[in-house]
Design a protein around this ligand. Structure first.
Ligand SMILES: [Zn+2]
Length: 133
């Protein structure tokens, strides 16, 4: 039987999740501002030929992919903080067993124990509705 987290352990996760969240929000804000200015001034304003235009699009796409990844991480952290507030943090969503602390230390936003996560990802990969955006 895996031991449930102590209050101090949960508090430690909460503190580190909150500071990670703050950093991510700041980073996303900066990236949005930067890609906006690249888009509207430097890039869009000074594209002279087709080749340059496609490079410009590539830069914008890369920035958006980066922002998108950060936004997903922000959502995962917010969900984890919500679980902490509800007293559900560190409990597997599927089997209800405590998630081992080593797993949470490696991935503080983990929602499932390893075996449930493997099952979940296998199910998700097989489901046609989950493969498209
Ligand atoms: Zn589980």
């Amino acid at each position: 039987m895996v031991k449930a987290l102590t209050d101090e352990q949960i508090e430690r996760f909460r503190t580190s999740l909150e500071s990670r969240l703050k950093g991510l929000r700041q980073g996303v804000q900066e990236e949005v501002v930067r890609s906006d200015s690249e888009h509207f001034t430097d890039v869009a304003g000074e594209v002279h030929d087709q080749e340059e235009a496609s490079v410009a699009h590539l830069v914008i796409d890369l920035d958006l992919a980066n922002i998108d990844r950060h936004v997903q991480e922000i959502r995962a952290i917010e969900a984890a903080l919500l679980r902490i507030a509800r007293g559900e943090y560190g409990i597997c969503l599927d089997c209800g067993q405590p998630i081992p602390i080593a797993r949470l230390e490696a991935n503080p936003t983990a929602e499932r124990c390893i075996s449930c996560q493997v099952d979940y990802e296998r199910t998700e990969a097989l489901s046609p509705t989950q493969t498209s955006l």
